[in-house]
Ligand binder design. Sequence first.
Ligand code: HXC
Length: 255
Amino acid sequence: MQIENIQFEQEGAIMYITINREKQLNAINKKTILELNHILCLCESDDTIRVLIMTGAGDKAFVAGADIKEFANFNRREGTELSRFGHELLFDKIATYTKPVIAAINGYALGGGLELALAAQIRIASDNAKMGQPEVTLGVIPGYGGTQRLTQLVGKGKAMELILTGEMISAQEALKIGMVNYVVSQEDLLLKAIEIANKIVQNSPRAVRKSIQAINATYGNIGLLKEIELFGSCFGTEEFQEGVTAFLEKRKPNF
Ligand code: HXC
């Protein structure tokens, strides 16, 4: 596979993965999902890799969401398929992965970008990071697991507020509500991720794997399947058209 949108590099037992579409603030398109899936499959079968650290290129964004330009003209079927495709190949794969994934959130983590971090086992944010689920401003809902994983992490009340207002919160606020494990300076972000990764690396890989499995056993997939269906049902509507057109025209939507 021709890898264009991510960079990856192994150092010792850690695989570093960087989402690299800096001009688009690392927005994730279908090709990026395929590439990330490819590297996750490779890492899974390589016993020398014990922990993955995922971050975004540059100092502005982790991932600013799914690529809005890619799905702007999708109909209901295509919208549903986009969500299902992402769930299966990337987001559920990370959430149930056999090795821990640490998200090093180095800037904006919005929409699908926050959902990517939420799927990871551990999240560390730099103090300039901003996080949110702005999908309602586009006429859609979170479609890569956010309605479920954000709720599991911060509770129903805060998840409702974040998803319904679409507002971003600061790294400090995210720490306060348990959305991220640590907030550090931008310079210290990878160092903190490595510090945690190195602790995990000392432990039994089997026990680490089984721990992830056991913790996940509580969470079923009914909510995730419902999310895919509801995400798709937003496509092809006037509100969706207004939401994405407003983003592309760099103006506020008028719902
Ligand atoms: C495509 C994006 C993008 C995105 C930014 N860009 N986010 N392109 N998809 N999600 C592009 C912009 O169009 C612009 O390209 C360039 O990146 C720089 O962004 P600016 O907006 O000029 O930067 P700034 O003014 O600093 O604002 C930063 C920002 C804003 C606040 C992060 O870009 C923003 O609001 N982005 C969208 C965030 C969002 O709504 N995410 C959720 C997406 S829906 P040009 O060509 O103009 O220079 C989603 C659904 C998930 O994630 C589920 C799917 C199944």
